[in-house]
Design a protein around this ligand. Structure first.
Ligand SMILES: NCCCC(=O)O
Length: 440
């Protein structure tokens, strides 16, 4: 019965010891060249800070002990491809992914790997692998963050004096059809050949590094976060157009805006792990909430001041407009106009309807030195109250209507709030873009 399997001894000498590395010039390491074709990157998992990559990983090295008879090659070929089982008959390097959580060779009916022997005694081993790679992610610039995730390939047992890893000319290539939901893979990928940090008595371990750059696409967050939250802030400005007396309307509008923002940002928090530092999104959230909070605060302050003004105004209107003020040096109380007239005490009348007039100004100091006069105290309060009222309220020259300082704040806020929000936006985005650029 004929056996068509290629026997290892056909290509390997009798004295082949697979545990010994191929003979190299004295003191020279075996050079192993790597190339990677990334088929897919999926599950960039910010919760666990890792990502899953499917790839073809290829290694080539010279095995000078191979004896390759012509009849194992097909006509015109310079290589013969063998099934994965043949790999176990050969010496082979022992790379591993230093920062992987899981590594496995894909399998269906057989392992997806192959060994190719070349006429020039080069061995090529290719395998399709899945790996879950740990990545130290940083979220300071989230959602404009760029994650730099390296894959470290290191020899497990051979120091760099025995085996040295190199990137082949092909290096690392990415499937051009690869699309990620939220990320863009920055190219070209940065490749490095270094020595590992673990120092053996024979030296370091040879290490290859490929840095994946995952640039988060802002589009998703523009639609889901930035645009809606900006609209909610703008919505809160409508309260400045509502009347100061529309308390339920204004409070409902502002509180609803605040709750909408809180709900929106609570939902977003689930997208990334709870890190201990401030993220760019936190600043945006805080900014938006501050604007709505400030609008609510403005309403409360203006409403309280207006209420006090209205109360003072009503009380002041109940007070007498013309009061008798005792002349300097006179004894006795003037009291009210009715009480004073005919009392014999020398007083003079002061018209308080115009307290800023010289008469009222003159009256005030004249009243102060007479604390003993019991009836002068309410009149003094009346004078001061009238003065304070007239400082915060005035008649509109065009309409002749009373205008109150507090109510003017609402009008000012209609301009100041949008202007400040615009300033916030124009400072936030350039700083964020600049930081993103410098971090990549
Ligand atoms: N069909 C996958 C081949 C992979 C490789 O040998 O590079």
């Amino acid at each position: 019965k004929r056996n068509h399997t290629l026997k290892p001894r056909v290509v390997l000498p009798e004295n082949y010891v697979k545990e010994m590395r191929p003979p190299a010039r004295k003191g020279q390491p075996v050079i192993v060249e790597f190339s990677i074709y990334v088929v897919d990157v999926n599950s960039i998992n910010v919760e666990d800070m890792d990502f899953r990559v499917d790839m073809f990983i290829r290694q080539t090295w010279r095995e000078t002990r191979l004896q390759l008879p012509d009849d194992i090659f097909e006509e015109g070929d310079d290589h013969v491809t063998l099934p994965p089982e043949f790999f176990d008959n050969l010496w082979h390097p022992d790379p591993y992914f230093l920062n992987s959580k899981v590594t496995e060779i894909a399998e269906l009916t057989h392992k997806f790997s192959s060994v190719t022997l070349y006429r020039n005694q080069t061995v090529r081993y290719a395998a399709r692998m899945h790996a879950i790679i740990a990545c130290q992610m940083e979220f300071q610039l989230y959602p404009m963050d760029i994650q730099s995730c390296p894959i470290y390939i290191e020899s497990f047992s051979y120091s760099n004096q025995k085996v040295r890893f190199r990137w082949s000319e092909a290096g690392v290539t990415i499937n051009p059809e690869l699309k990620l939901l939220q990320y863009h893979i920055g190219e070209p990928l940065r490749l490095e050949e270094t020595n590992g940090y673990m120092i053996d008595k024979d030296g370091n371990y040879s290490r290859l590094v490929v840095y994946f750059r995952f640039e988060r696409q802002i589009g998703h967050h523009l639609i889901q976060t930035f645009a809606p939250s900006s609209l909610v802030v703008m919505l809160s400005w409508f309260s400045f157009w509502l009347d100061l007396d529309a308390i339920p309307g204004r409070v409902t509008l502002l509180v609803t805006c605040m709750l909408t923002l809180v709900t929106m940002f609570t939902g977003l928090r689930a997208d990334i792990p709870p890190v201990a530092y401030v993220k760019a999104l936190d600043l945006w959230m805080a900014g938006c909430m501050m604007f709505v909070f400030a609008a609510l605060g403005e309403f409360v302050v203006v409403k309280v001041l207006d209420k006090q003004y209205q109360m003072n105004k009503n009380k002041a209107q109940d007070l007498p407009r013309i009061i008798p003020v005792r002349l300097n040096g006179e004894k006795g109380s003037c009291g009210t106009v009715a009480a004073w007239e005919g009392s014999g005490v020398r007083c003079r009348k002061v018209d308080l309807t115009s307290p800023t007039s010289p008469a009222a100004a003159a009256a005030a100091p004249a009243v102060h030195p007479a604390p003993s006069a019991p009836h002068s105290v309410p009149h003094l309060v009346g004078v001061e109250r009238r003065q304070s009222i007239l400082q915060v309220a005035w008649l509109d020259a065009d309409t002749g209507q009373e205008r109150v300082l507090w109510r003017e704040i609402d009008k000012l806020s209609r301009v100041v709030f949008p202007a400040l929000f615009l300033l916030f936006v124009t400072m936030y985005w350039p700083v964020l873009l600049l930081k993103t650029k410098t971090s990549s």
